[in-house]
Design a protein around this ligand. Structure first.
Ligand code: ADP
Ligand code: MG
Length: 253
């Protein structure tokens, strides 16, 4: 999509768990080539919002559009196939397989087949294609030299990048990241931020849930702040950081 075009359009999405309104008519948009930060205290509804966008949870109301097409109500596999990729807060990997194999296998599983079928029915051409794609994506984020290292030997920051490479194999339009900097050292966070800036410059759209305020504010184009399931404010980092409500509710000052 052309730079600045709306890629993800979330309109009044709602999620009710029993009597609890976890996400209360939240609306926002992510544009092509933009990093949108989604922040807020624990329990604000960030992960639930993520799960509504990726189809992991059915919404209780509202609409989600990807490049103009409704995706709410569709299966998460179908949403992934249409170009929405995500990483998880806890790294999913097979430690005694190589980085390359982890990226390729993960990319294959994302395609919608089960583990057994992934192992047994992957034909030679398909396997070669996946390995090439995995290699390409590892190189794209500067991890080519680590391709043949065991995943279990990587530092956490590298494992997080490995997950991003895996997500990129699906050639997404929109990448959703769930706290990618959690537990990382300062230098690793900088490396992650550099990769995300590069992906943005390549036109990818990123929705970033992240607790590290310095990382978020130094990286994103716009921020959506959630509290108690509702959107408190949305704007550039400068505007949001200056907002008295946000300072009171979230930054604690
Ligand atoms: P955040 O990611 O911002 O910390 P969540 O989206 O995980 O917040 O949670 C928002 C609210 O919804 C919380 O009160 C949480 O306890 C509740 N919640 C989340 N998932 C479920 C679920 N599967 N069943 C019931 N309540 C849930
Ligand atoms: Mg969460």
């Amino acid at each position: 999509p052309p730079h600045g075009e709306v890629v993800l359009d979330v309109q009044a999405v709602r999620k009710v768990f029993g009597g609890l309104v976890a996400v209360n008519d939240v609306s926002f948009q992510v544009r092509a080539g933009e990093i949108l930060g989604l922040i807020g205290p624990n329990g604000a509804g960030k992960s639930t919002t993520f799960n509504l966008v990726t189809g992991v949870l059915p919404a209780s109301g509202g609409e989600v559009r990807l490049q103009g097409t409704r995706i709410d109500g569709q299966a998460s596999r179908e949403i992934a196939r249409r170009g929405v990729a995500r990483t998880f807060q806890h790294v999913k990997m097979i430690p005694n397989m190589t980085v390359l194999e982890n990226v390729a296998l993960g990319a294959h599983l994302r395609g919608g087949r089960g583990v057994a079928s992934a192992m047994l029915r992957l034909d030679r051409d398909e396997e070669r294609r996946l390995m090439r794609e995995a290699e390409r994506q590892l190189a794209r984020i500067g991890m080519a030299e680590l391709a043949h290292e065991y995943a279990g030997n990587l530092a956490l920051g590298q494992q997080r990048l490995m997950e991003i490479a895996r997500a990129l194999c699906a050639d997404p339009t929109l990448l959703l990241l769930d706290e990618p900097a959690a537990g990382l050292r300062h230098k690793e966070k900088q490396g992650l931020a550099d990769v995300l800036r590069q992906l943005r410059s390549e036109g990818l759209s990123i929705l970033l849930v992240e607790h590290d305020m310095d990382l978020v504010m130094g990286l994103v184009d716009r921020v959506v702040v959630m509290e108690f399931g509702t959107k408190l404010i949305e704007g550039t980092p400068e505007v949001v950081q200056a907002s008295p409500e946000v300072r009171a509710a979230y930054l604690g000052t």
